[in-house]
Design a protein around this ligand. Structure first.
Ligand code: GLN
Length: 482
């Protein structure tokens, strides 16, 4: 049996029944990481730390001591999330040698649940990008076809999970960075509700939008991961103390009377016909099983992308001000005075895309343009939120594509920034509204590239996503058997 290809919930059972030890599993995992090295999915590995943790879990198990729900399971963390004693580079030259001095709450929760952290995933520099081509550590390849991008910015996390380097990986999603790569690599990516998961210890990109979430190979795995990750953290004042349901109770349910919202804006002319066909087919399955569709109109969908690039760049410009070669980051070797030190360190440390965002952000925040751009974007954000709120008065869940097209080729959009930004058109409105959403596979195109379907729910109702997602997963799986 290829243990690495099992889902997280399946390997959990194998470890519990002692069919395999965590140490054996972790060793298999590192072998796999080496075999798939050319994908460039990881920036660093923590073999010594992982084996130590695995042995500890095995020892506890052999003594029948209580272990956590992720005990002994290898997991990967995006490299913008701090783990004490490891490097956290954000895939930037600026932080190439930065050593974390503390552990992020989300990672601590995984460790407390017994997870074994095996490595740090490659990503777009400072999580800015949709293809994982802006990493200082090189492009990441899509394991489905290595000529294609894995998506971004959590491209390393998605590529690693899709190539069986671990059973889940943490990503971050500011405008689609968990869902888009999950969709391109054919795995499940969840962006929880804004505030559901603590961001303490996660390097900030746009603080009013950022959220941490799991990438997994099944919907049930996603529910298990969120169960561990969710909750209020005193160290993150934006984290919520909204009650945490038992997410696993939502798995293996039917969809009778479920009201599915279909917003016409997601099904426009830009949508690839094969993507459209797969999404429609999935909706048909739900309807055949008792769900109803509700037509929706989200007129403010169109400006959402502009709103996103204004707000996220403004916040990024402020958040990245701390990287100056003094407080954080690699310092320029030669400089004449303090201003020159800042100037040279930032010029040498940041990549092109990051500089583009900082310039855009400072521009929209500058005194003459603040009202025209930033303030206006914040107003439109309110309208977008209200439209989603109204939509959820008529339906339980919204179904749409994650992206208009499947993965594109490496290099295809690197010089066309607008085309690159447009890949996020279906994911950013969700961040603008603070809602939870999941991307899951719903088929492949004629070239065998995965197609992602997006499930969007009202705030703090991740359960309805798991319920619908697990139903779809089972139904599509059933079709393969026929
Ligand atoms: N691709 C989007 C961007 O570059 C989203 C990034 C993200 O979600 N971190 O801004």
């Amino acid at each position: 049996m290829d243990y690495l290809k099992l889902n997280l919930w399946e390997i959990k059972e194998k470890l519990e029944s002692k069919e395999i030890t965590s140490e054996e599993l972790v060793k298999l995992c590192f072998q796999r990481i080496k075999e798939t090295k050319e994908l460039n999915a990881l920036i660093s590995t923590c073999e010594e730390m992982a084996l130590k943790q695995a042995k500890l879990i095995d020892e506890k198990r052999s003594k029948n001591e209580k272990v956590g729900i992720l005990a002994g399971i290898p997991i990967i963390i995006k490299d913008n999330i701090n783990i004490e004693g490891t490097k956290t580079t954000c895939a930037s030259k600026f932080l190439e040698n930065y050593q974390s001095i503390y552990t992020a709450t989300c990672v601590q929760k995984l460790i407390d649940a017994g997870a074994v952290i095996v490595g740090k995933a490659n990503m777009d520099e400072f999580a800015m990008g949709s293809s994982n081509e802006t990493s200082y550590f090189g492009v990441v390849h899509n394991p489905v076809d290595t000529d294609y991008v894995p998506g971004g910015s959590s491209g390393g996390s998605a590529s690693a999970v899709a190539s069986y380097q671990g059973f889940s990986a943490l990503g971050t999603d500011t405008g689609g960075s968990i869902r888009e790569p999950a969709s391109f690599c054919g795995v499940v990516g969840l962006k929880p509700t804004y505030g559901r998961v603590s961001r303490y210890g996660v390097v900030a990109f746009a603080s009013s939008l950022d959220q941490v979430g799991p990438i997994t190979r099944s919907v049930k795995d996603s529910a298990i991961m969120l169960q561990v990750l969710a909750g209020r953290d005193e160290n993150d004042m934006t984290s919520s103390n909204t009650e945490i349901p038992n997410y696993l109770k939502a798995i293996d349910f039917d969809v009778k009377n479920l009201k599915i919202g279909i917003a016409k804006q997601f099904f426009n002319d830009q949508l690839n016909s094969e993507v459209k066909e797969k999404i429609s087919h999935t909706i048909d399955i739900l309807v055949k099983n008792g769900a109803q569709t509700v037509d929706l109109d989200l007129p403010s969908f169109a400006p959402a992308l502009s709103v996103y690039y204004i707000i996220s760049s403004a916040e990024a410009a402020s958040n990245l001000a701390r990287f100056d070669g003094v407080k954080y980051g690699r310092r320029a070797e030669k400089f004449s005075d303090i201003v020159d030190l800042y100037f040279k360190s930032r010029t040498q440390g940041f990549g092109k895309e990051v500089k583009r965002r900082i310039m855009l952000g400072n521009y929209v925040l500058s005194s003459g343009y603040f009202d025209a751009y930033y303030n206006k974007a914040k107003k439109v954000q309110k309208v977008i939120k209200k439209e989603f709120d109204d939509a959820f008065k008529k339906c339980d869940i919204l179904i749409c594509p994650t992206t208009a097209n499947p993965a594109f080729k490496i290099g295809e959009k690197s010089n066309d920034h607008l085309a690159m930004y447009l890949t996020d058109i279906f994911t950013v409105p969700i961040n603008i509204a603070g809602l939870p959403a999941m991307s899951m596979p719903c088929g492949k195109n004629k070239d065998g590239l995965p197609i992602g379907l997006q499930l969007v729910a009202p705030m703090f109702n991740e359960s309805v996503i798991f319920k619908t997602g697990s139903f779809i997963e089972k139904a599509l799986e059933g079709e393969k058997d026929v």
